[in-house]
Design a protein around this ligand. Structure first.
Ligand SMILES: *Cc1c(COP(=O)(O)O)cnc(C)c1O
Length: 355
């Protein structure tokens, strides 16, 4: 390997043509905070007290976003861990030996992992118009249902489930209601959707600073309406200064925690509002451009565009360096993250026309 090759190997790729990711370049303040806190471990909060204080601040800021005055919770490794832990809270709290969790088919695949790890039955129910179908959810719930999940900002189409109605169905069955706002949590505050703790009887929520929150990876968030819910996760920790732990992982990233606080302090609410508007306008612009070219486009309710661009065309665009994802249905999917600017999208459309 030449010296130049060796140096290049350690260059992370830039975001110039990345249209497939829900992560983005961290805000400069978040990057700096991450670097400063690289060698801290919030998993040992009595020893690493500064980062433990920051984590309480992160949870409180996440509560501001999600309509909860005094939230319980912690900064997780991501949405996957937060969803898994929500399933674990519900399972541990319930009395049944045969627990099931009801999720719409639009739910993120992390619930499949959660069900497998937690040994609970996952009942996946159909959607209508990309949202959880309430009749189907109702029909799937029984005495062994411990959790009903709603998605606030689906991964594929950015749709928001009818959260207040889902929470009512959950509570009628003495189950918990979990909202997965891993992606949506940092854009929905600037919309009219009803999705958070202040709008409905939501018990737990996933919201990821390392997606639209512009924090460094890893920074996910698990929030719970009360300490008693979070306590369902507590186990004893005899070798640490602190005596119990609710997280799934042990040693954790202080970089993620500090960067989440730095990003939210910089951006909540005005910076996030501006970013949401920019991203949403870009998504609508791209949707319009695609419609002009006779593609079927799923209306972008949040800044995610799905269109029936052929697999062949997606491959051509990938060869030209675009990083593009596809939905389960095979549509091309573009996530308008902060690094995706109008000029990025103009050159993307130019490449689409070039073919
Ligand atoms: C991205 C995403 C997740 C998973 O989050 P990770 O941080 O990748 O673990 C879960 N739910 C939704 C809705 C997501 O968009």
């Amino acid at each position: 390997m030449s010296q130049a090759e060796a140096a290049h190997r350690m260059d992370p790729q830039d975001f110039e043509r990345v249209l497939s990711s829900m992560c983005t370049e961290p805000h400069p303040a978040a990057r700096q905070a991450a670097e400063r806190f690289l060698a801290t471990n919030p998993g040992d909060p009595e020893t690493y007290r500064t980062v433990a204080d920051l984590e309480r601040e992160a949870v409180s800021l996440l509560g501001d976003l999600t309509g909860l005055a005094d939230p319980a919770g912690y900064v997780a490794s991501g949405g996957t861990e937060a969803n898994l832990q929500a399933v674990r809270i519900a399972r541990n709290r319930a009395a049944t030996d045969d627990p099931n969790v009801v999720v719409p088919e639009s739910a993120h695949f992390s619930f499949t992992k959660a069900a497998d790890v937690m040994d609970v039955e996952l009942r996946t129910v159909p959607t209508s118009d990309y949202r959880a179908d309430l009749d189907a959810v109702d029909a799937a719930i029984d005495d062994d249902t411990v959790l009903v999940v709603g998605v606030a900002g689906t991964t594929e189409y950015g749709r928001v489930d009818p959260i207040p109605a889902l929470a009512d169905l959950a509570h009628d069955a003495d189950a918990l209601c979990h909202v997965d706002a891993a992606f949506g949590g940092f854009v929905l505050p600037f919309t009219d959707h009803e999705w958070h703790f202040g709008h409905a009887g939501v018990d737990t929520m996933t919201v990821d600073p390392h997606k639209m929150g512009q924090a460094a990876i890893p920074a996910g968030g698990l929030l719970a309406r009360s300490d008693s819910l979070l306590d369902e996760l507590a186990i004893d920790t005899p070798y640490l200064e602190s005596t119990s732990q609710v997280t799934l992982t042990g040693t954790r990233s202080g970089a993620g925690v500090a960067s989440a606080v730095a990003a939210m302090e910089q951006l909540w609410p005005d910076g996030y509002r501006e970013q949401y508007r920019r991203s949403q306008r870009n998504a609508e612009w791209l949707a319009g451009q695609l419609r002009e070219r006779d593609y079927d486009v799923v209306d972008p309710e949040l800044p995610i565009v799905a269109a029936d661009v052929s697999g062949t065309m997606v491959d051509v665009l990938r060869d030209r360096g675009w990083r593009l994802a596809r939905t389960g249905e095979g549509e091309m999917r573009v996530v308008c993250m902060p690094h995706v600017t109008r000029s990025t999208l103009r050159s993307f459309v130019a490449d689409l026309d070039w073919y």
